[in-house]
Design a protein around this ligand. Structure first.
Ligand code: PAF
Length: 291
């Protein structure tokens, strides 16, 4: 695995690749876990023997709010590089903030960028709680796509709203890239894998599994014909709150538009939950298959 730190070096590598080599790109913020391992495995399959798997690690200051955990976000670089080698990554692109945002004096202090893609879906759900977050995600992913020029981008379903917004950005900005959304990888008790799970204390950790249990219960209700929004919200929020978590939202939304349903769920649906457990925010989702 080759580690590339600068855009100049990345460009040189990209230009030297044959025009037919398929580049499959997995963007990350590091602190890698088995969920990322699955994304890289899918990338390896999609790239084929002659293609190239490129993973980026960049903790993007523009997607963190001023009161969020940018400074304390875990950065175990040596361990991440070891895992990426083990997962048969070809290129690890790990630029500095200066390299990504050369025009900013102090990137961490200026999370909003006047340029770049703005999506109305960026203002609901996660976007309402984290203003500017999705704008920051779009700014960095657009830059990374322009630099890497991949044939395929792999995203995780765990960040459902993120993958939906990025798909819309890619369509609107005409990036010539296919997008694959990979299913969420879970711990044995159902907790969705996430870099932030390492913040859960041993006392909190067992309670975190309630989120996925509640999502599965609400999904079963829909599949058994109980489609009233009010009932579904109670099925999710009730047990999560009873386990001691603070529910930020627990909603059935349209799977393509994130619109809330009026009264009953009558179309393709994603169940979305965000909850706080001590110092950790947990988000998760389940898509309900159409009958
Ligand atoms: O999902 C993430 O880890 C980040 O939001 C991403 C897509 C790497 C952009 O910084």
């Amino acid at each position: 695995m080759r580690i590339i730190r600068t855009i100049t070096e990345l460009r040189r590598w990209r230009q030297a690749l044959s025009a037919t080599a398929r580049v499959v790109f997995v963007p990350t913020m590091g602190a890698l876990h088995a969920g990322h391992g699955h994304l890289v495995q899918l990338a390896r399959q999609a790239a084929g023997p002659d293609g190239c798997v490129l993973v980026s690690i960049f903790v993007n200051p523009k997607q963190f709010g001023p009161a969020e955990d940018f400074a304390s976000y875990p950065r175990p670089f040596a361990e991440d590089a070891r895992l990426l080698r083990q997962w048969r990554t070809d290129i690890l692109f790990a630029p500095t903030a200066r390299e990504m945002y050369p025009q900013d004096e102090a990137p961490a202090d200026s999370p909003r960028d006047p340029a770049g893609y703005q999506d109305p879906l960026g203002d609901v759900l996660e976007g309402k709680i984290r203003p500017g977050h999705f704008h920051g995600v779009c700014v960095v992913v657009a830059r990374l796509l322009a630099m890497v020029q991949p044939g395929m981008l792999i995203l995780g379903q765990k960040d459902y709203q993120q993958q939906l917004i990025l798909r819309r950005m890619i369509r609107e900005m005409n990036f010539p890239v296919d997008v694959l959304t990979a299913p969420t990888i879970r711990e044995p008790d159902g907790l969705a894998m996430s870099s932030r799970n390492r913040r859960l204390t041993p006392r909190e950790r067992p309670a975190a599994a309630v989120v996925y249990r509640a999502l599965c219960r609400a999904k079963d209700e829909i599949l058994h014909g109980r489609r009233e929004v009010k009932h579904l919200i109670e099925e999710m929020a009730g047990p999560i709150a009873a386990a001691g978590l603070e529910v930020q939202y627990a909603l059935p939304c349209h799977a393509d538009t994130l619109a809330e349903f009026a009264g009953v769920v009558n179309d393709r649906c994603v169940l979305l939950v965000a909850a706080r457990l001590g110092a950790t925010r947990l988000i998760d989702n389940v898509v309900v298959p159409q009958e």
